[in-house]
Each structure stands twice: as structure tokens, then as C-alpha cells.
Design a protein around this ligand. Structure first.
Ligand code: IMP
Ligand code: MG
Length: 175
């Protein structure tokens, strides 16, 4: 079943890089607590692996957004399908994303969260596709910068499939 998927980033490479990112976050936020905001569903694996390795008091909350709609791509609007459970006022919020593509999702999220008066907002993304950027986003932590290819696995899907793969791959024979 998986032989049509080319491995782009192996499980070992992911583990190593996420460990480095967690160490950096631990150092940067020393003496503070952080709220990890997992953007469902793609960020679930990354959020779990990061959370396990950050050595700080952590809260984890979840948010689900639907994309800005197929017709109105330029509006830059997102629809929050499931909002955070808890108030982020006064909290150090770290938004955990699977991948930044156009940048629209994150740029909207940062705007929405800013109005809730958190102590700080930063972004950690596992993957970044800078070639596709339409909106500038200030990303503090980036796992891997990748070329403009559609990737799956490690939480990321193609039509809801392949999220379970333990590596980042490219679907070769399906469009
Ligand atoms: P943006 O608003 O264009 O930055 O959208 C980012 C979102 O699009 C990500 O959180 C993913 O859910 C999805 N996405 C973008 N590129 C890929 C990809 O290569 N594979 C799977 N999902 C992707
Ligand atoms: Mg996402």
C-alpha cells in the first residue's frame, strides 16, 4: 500500500529535528509556562512529539479551522470550526502547525488570537514551503524547509488519507 509514497523526511530525521526544536523552546521559555495550540488535524503528531520533549509546564489546546473556501481564496478568511476550550489571556501561546503554505491560515489565526490578549504568540511549524507564500508570517521555529511538493504523512493528509504514516512523503502515482 505504501510503495507509491516516496520518503522525503524519514522518521529518524523527524525525531532528531523535533528534539532539537523542543530543546530550543525549553531554553527560550525558561521559567515560564506555555500553551501549545494544536491546529487540527494535521498538527497532531507534531504537537504530541514536541509536547513530550519540552521540559516546561505545558497546557495543550486544540483548534480546528476550515480553509478559506475554494471560491474566495483571496479573502484570506478562515472559519473556526472548533475554537480553543480555554481562555488564552495572559498566556504564552505557541501555535503548532504542520505546514505553512500560502501563510493565510496562520496569519488569520495570529490576528484572531491577538485580540484575546495573550502574553505572547509564537509559531512553530514542522514544515515550510516558502515558494508558495502569499502572506508574510513571522515563524519562530521551523522544522524543515521543503520544495513545492504536496506532502503527506505524520499527520498530513491527501483527501484524509496517509495521516498515519510515520514519515513525510510524496504521493507518486495519485493526483
Ligand atoms: P496555508 O493557509 O496555505 O498556509 O495552508 C496551510 C494548510 O494547508 C496546512 O495547515 C495544511 O493543512 C494544508 N497543506 C498545505 N500544503 C500541504 C501539503 O503539502 N500536504 C498536506 N496539506 C497541506
Ligand atoms: Mg494545518
Amino acid at each position: 500500500m505504501e510503495n507509491n509514497i516516496r520518503v522525503m523526511i524519514s522518521e529518524e530525521e523527524l525525531n532528531k529535528r523535533i528534539r532539537e526544536m523542543a530543546a530550543q523552546i525549553t531554553e527560550d521559555y525558561k521559567g515560564q509556562a506555555i500553551t501549545l495550540v494544536c491546529v487540527l488535524k494535521g498538527s497532531i503528531f507534531f504537537t504530541c512529539e514536541l509536547a513530550k520533549r519540552i521540559e516546561l509546564p505545558i497546557l495543550i489546546d486544540f483548534l480546528s479551522v476550515s480553509s478559506y473556501g475554494d471560491a474566495t481564496k483571496s479573502s484570506g478568511m478562515i472559519n473556526i470550526k472548533k475554537d480553543l476550550d480555554d481562555n488564552i489571556e495572559g498566556k504564552n501561546v505557541l501555535i503548532v502547525e504542520d505546514i505553512i503554505d500560502s501563510g493565510r491560515t496562520l496569519s488569520c489565526l495570529v490576528n484572531v488570537f491577538s485580540e484575546r490578549n495573550p502574553a505572547s504568540i509564537t509559531i512553530a511549524t514542522l514544515l515550510d514551503k516558502p515558494d508558495r507564500r502569499e502572506v508574510e508570517v513571522d515563524v519562530r521555529y521551523t522544522g524543515f524547509t521543503i520544495p513545492d511538493e504536496f506532502v503527506v504523512g505524520y499527520g498530513l493528509d491527501f483527501a484524509q488519507k496517509y495521516r498515519d504514516l510515520p514519515f513525510i512523503g510524496v504521493v507518486e502515482d495519485e493526483k
